[in-house]
Design a protein around this ligand. Structure first.
Ligand SMILES: CCCCCCCCCCCCCC(=O)CC(=O)SCCNC(=O)CCNC(=O)[C@H](O)C(C)(C)COP(=O)(O)OP(=O)(O)OC[C@H]1O[C@@H](n2cnc3c(N)ncnc32)[C@H](O)[C@@H]1OP(=O)(O)O
Ligand SMILES: NC(=O)C1=CN([C@@H]2O[C@H](COP(=O)(O)OP(=O)(O)OC[C@H]3O[C@@H](n4cnc5c(N)ncnc54)[C@H](O)[C@@H]3O)[C@@H](O)[C@H]2O)C=CC1
Length: 290
């Protein structure tokens, strides 16, 4: 951190759909980024995806060609947390949407990151209080920092205050999100699904029920939502874009917290069981050539 408290070093834990985008975003605004994943293959895929996205920004004139290597040069891939979080100002956790995995990661992060670093979690719906509960007093440093896919383009970061999150942590998370060029909203109560996932899950679930009922093809359900409501993507194509395994994990949590209206539909369970996870596996509601 600089003398005026500005963030310089960031660790992103999890190099999947979201972690790769968050790392790219942080490196683009000039932060030094360590990107950690347990899987070297996922790290390779993440760096390739970041390269492809930077190429798109160059093609559309929003980035200079020579910035590509500068940005990539600010991202250091790593497979171990302890060394990667040394000296960082901010950690953003973006691993699987499972409480036990988040606990394991937060425990390791807190043991090795500087005591003053804030610990953001990109969970879609899990309780921030529950995620921080393994850290004892350290729970005051844990804050929900919910980015949206693609993180490099979407304008919002939803901040979520856990029961123990300190005002200082929340304020620094807000400053960090703004340093990334994002707007913020604050969910003041730690309620599963916060503001955005609770709302969006209802619309997406309804699309899935319509598909199960044979009301229309996936193409027409998506087209209806795109054209009738001016959504950039229909709910099923967005599911493929975000990852159906992540959706199932998120819905499982929402179901446990809010009851029947979020029960994961059988068709979604079956698709995940069959490995049809959307773009990341090459096949979901649509064929992506995988
Ligand atoms: C179905 C089952 C339901 C079950 C229940 C669900 C449970 C739900 C719980 C939620 C859990 C998880 C989700 C979550 O937590 C939060 C989320 O992230 S929700 C998702 C939010 N995101 C969106 O809604 C995205 C919607 N789509 C868009 O906004 C646009 O389609 C998109 C910006 C992605 C692309 O734009 P589009 O115009 O459609 O396509 P183009 O390809 O033409 O791109 C336009 C423009 O942007 C550039 N570009 C696109 N992508 C990138 C990139 N990754 N990097 C760089 N640049 C990019 C492209 O080059 C174009 O640039 P021009 O200058 O215009 O040429
Ligand atoms: N996919 C989406 O649209 C969005 C997802 N989220 C949330 O972001 C988080 C990540 O989601 P995705 O990126 O979609 O998942 P993903 O499945 O694409 O990536 C998760 C990554 O975490 C890695 N990982 C697992 N255990 C790890 C550990 N112990 N240490 C380091 N890395 C580990 C995996 O190897 C994988 O690469 C979840 O909490 C999800 O709910 C939030 C907003 C949008």
């Amino acid at each position: 951190m600089t003398d005026n408290g500005t963030v310089q070093k960031v660790a992103v834990i999890g190099g999947g759909v979201m972690g790769s985008g968050i790392a790219q975003l942080a490196a683009t605004v000039g932060h030094e980024v360590r990107l950690v994943d347990v899987s070297p293959e996922r790290l390779e895929t993440a760096l390739a995806a970041i390269g492809t996205s930077l190429d798109r920004f160059i093609r559309s004139g929003r980035l200079e060609t020579d910035q590509r290597e500068e940005i990539l040069g600010r991202i250091t891939p790593a497979t171990r947390i302890p060394e990667a979080v040394e000296g960082v100002d901010v950690v953003v956790e973006a691993v699987l949407e499972r409480l036990e995995v988040k606990h394991q990661v937060m425990t390791e992060v807190a043991a090795h990151a500087p005591a003053e670093a804030i610990l953001g979690t990109n969970t879609s719906q899990l309780s921030i209080t529950a995620i921080g509960s393994v850290l004892g007093e350290g729970a005051s440093r844990v804050v929900g920092m919910h980015f949206f896919n693609p993180a490099v383009l979407m304008r919002l970061v939803e901040l979520v205050k856990g029961l123990e999150t300190s005002e200082d942590t929340l304020r620094r998370a807000e400053d960090f999100a703004r340093s990334l060029g994002k707007e913020t909203v604050v969910c003041l109560k730690d309620s599963p699904g916060f503001l955005t996932s609770r709302i969006s899950a209802i619309l997406r679930m309804e699309a899935l029920h319509m598909l199960e009922e044979g009301l229309a093809s996936p193409e027409d359900i998506d087209k209806a939502v795109r054209l009738a409501f001016n959504h950039p993507m229909g709910p099923l194509e967005l599911g493929d874009f975000n990852g159906l395994d992540t959706y199932l994990d998120a819905l499982t949590g929402l179901h446990a917290a809010h009851g029947e209206r979020f029960r994961p539909p059988v068709v979604l369970r079956n698709m995940v069981a069959a490995g049809r996870l959307g773009r990341k596996s090459g096949r979901g509601f649509y064929d992506h050539g995988g």
